[in-house]
Design a binder for this molecule. Sequence first.
Ligand code: TMP
Ligand code: MG
Length: 209
Amino acid sequence: MARGALIIFEGVDRSGKSTQIKRIFNQMLNKGEKVYLTRFPERTSEIGQTINGYLTSSNNLSDQAIHLLFSANRWEHAQSILNYLNNGTSVLVDRYAFSGVAFTAAKGLDLEWCKNPDRGLPKPDLVLQLDVDEETAKSRGGFGEERYEKVEFQRKVRSLYSRLKEEHSDIWKVIDASGTADELTPQLQSFVDETIKNCQNNDIEKLWI
Ligand code: TMP
Ligand code: MG
């Protein structure tokens, strides 16, 4: 059976990822395609609730400890993602290990150290990075509500994404997301469709191994 594709949406906070990924998911469902939508952090598990507490500043953790929890949150869902893929269902994910690395390295921690706990996760077939400039992100509703939503910090995250893009040029697409949501959706959908078609007979690789 043809396997599903693992497709990640990445971007700074307020880049429009969550809006777009839901639109793509709904379009695919309406067409009767096999698709599953998830996100990281996945805030409902015990680990996810601790992460949520950290992001909303109701608890504090060291930079290393929160980094490992974000990674553990992916690992606790990794097998179920693999099961979907092997059953022919494509999986759309709002953030993945690239957020893990970019957000922690933006605090000054070593990039390779940041990658280590995520090594071996299912490797994505496509990363769609929604790119917006600082002013656009900042002007969008809700900016500033959570821990990392500060202009200076998001600037560092954006430059770390550029570095990750260089390392993953085979799977990484940067999309200008400063336009309207309606302009963006068909563009993203065509990358998603193409990837699902092209990865069908490829093995699922492991990330950073
Ligand atoms: P969200 O806005 O997509 O729910 O993500 C919450 C915040 O968590 C966002 O600022 C990005 C950050 N984050 C990390 O720092 N490390 C991670 O591994 C992930 C998935 C998100
Ligand atoms: Mg956010």
